[in-house]
Design a protein around this ligand. Sequence first.
Ligand SMILES: [Zn+2]
Length: 430
Amino acid sequence: MSTTYLIKNASVLGGDPQDLLLRDGIIAEAGALGPVPGTVVIDAGGLIALPGLVDLHTHLREPGREDAETVDTGTQAAALGGFTAVHAMANTDPVADTAGVVEQVWRLGREAGHCDVFPIGAVTVGLAGERLAELGAMADSAARVRVFSDDGKCVSDANLMRRALEYVKAFDGVIAQHAQEPRLTEGAQMNEGELSGVLGLTGWPAVAEEAIIARDILLAAHTKSRLHVCHVSTAGSVELIRWAKSKGYPVTAEVTPHHLILTEDLVRSYDPIYKVNPPLRTAADVEALRAGLADGTIDAVATDHAPHPQEDKDCEWAAAAMGMLGLETALSVVQRTMVDSGLMSWADVADRMSVRPAAIGQVDDLHGRPLAVGEPANLVLVDPNAKRTVDRTGLASLSQNTPYQGMELPGAVVATFLRGTATVLDGKLA
Ligand SMILES: [Zn+2]
């Protein structure tokens, strides 16, 4: 028999304290509950209860780069970050472009058991951008793939993008686009602007992102099929998505935690820890991204957790790999930039980090549910008053490429529950 938990005095979505009884995988009772025999009692006074977080954009690196991350270590990091579900990106080796590979990742996730793993399927064979992968076979597989992406690369061929959008309509899938016009970003190393000139690094213009987003919005409107825009990083992109939504087009978007807090000024250090795709942008972009997330133009925060071994970052800027860790710090960064700044409530955080990502990924029968009686007991308890200094050597991820090393961040995940089973207790893996 699984453990029954009685959570006392949790502030659900930041509201009045209440008790939650987790039994047999669901929230069995809620309200002001008396003692329940045979339960483990958790004093959640001062803690916020949120639905388990859902990440639309995680790189778990398995199969192929188990030196950077495995499904097991990556999902440990996810649970410690308050996540009960992650969508695993397809740019593995081999690429997740067949039913066989997505089922392998899905099975590894189930075996690890730290959170649900929903594989993302590649849009094109081998991410080569030349012909469509077996989207239908992946959708029909045991992994039930609904999100497709060539992330890391852009589906730059307009006709392929159109056909992919048309294809996934059959099973209400979504194409998650990494918006990067390849010809406009050849050799690009950082955001294009005054600073790239000063530093002598090849610029990565905002228009390279915005041109693809504009095109894809029109294709989504034309095909009446769902487009999701990965890691939006510029003010202009936010404006385009705001326009698409005003027209009622089926377009959603995500922003990463790092694009909500870090700016291109960090590149002055030439420290490759800050090298990421899309690049860190300007303070004005950061402000527009925060505003877009707050007003709902941007639907979701997605980590783009991108582990890299030390040797791929301990080198000169031009040679270094692009990407940053994100799972174990995402909620803290969102608390600092969005909640502590007064831009969003904890209910908004639940919406942008659980409810809407679950809906976009078509897993909202299991995740992003209300914390109410009869619902799956997928939830996280957060101490908003805790402070911690990020120590890259103390992370569960196999890699250490966090951009927040030594930084003090607010908030701490105290406990995470997946279908009523604790994956994290007292801030440690259960
Ligand atoms: Zn990407």
